[in-house]
Design a binder for this molecule. Sequence first.
Ligand code: DC
Length: 213
Amino acid sequence: MVIAIDGPAGSGKSTIAKLLAEKKGFLYINSGKLYRAITAGCLKAGISPADSEKVQEFAKNADIDYQIIGGKDTVFLNGEDITDQLHTDEIDKHSSPLSAIVPVRHIVNDIIRKLAQGRDIVVEGRDMTTVVFPDTPYRFYLDASAESRAKRRFDQGTSKMSLEEVKNAILARDDIDKNKAEGSLKIAQGVHFLDTSDLTIIQVYDKLIERID
Ligand code: DC
């Protein structure tokens, strides 16, 4: 069984996907972390995330492994655990244009499909409900106002930016994520749409579980 959740940054999808996976005993897959891992690897290797050819070459040859270790979604890049390096302002900024490179999307989607094989999963991202798992009946799109999303990100404390700057950065990423040649963020026909702006985590969880069960 596949539960697929899409939505923009700060819509609450990671928190909800993780909670759902825990409660149901499913594997949790955060697809954004795979794009972030490739971005981190490119930056470390001195490759500009905008250099499509070099990024593709890097992604093709990279050994990317995703595991849940001690309840935490952990990403290994070429044998190194880089999980704690993935949520910086720099990676936030560069992962969005990097994820617009179509062959990179195919590499990431292959990794996700392999992880999912023969398993019950909760997977979240931007194109899980449209491209990767369009046939699962359990498809959700979470959204929230730009203000709520910025506040959530700001409160996570991982950014060095002001609240206003976080909001502008989120809007800039939205724009790129919604206008990709492939895998762009959109509300697919038939998905369950939920605005989480004024809902608590538990309220969102309850609404999703009601649909699923
Ligand atoms: O979900 P996130 O913010 O960690 O994702 C990081 C970037 O990766 C984001 O800007 C969009 C991109 N992404 C994507 O294009 N497709 C996905 N399925 C997941 C993330």
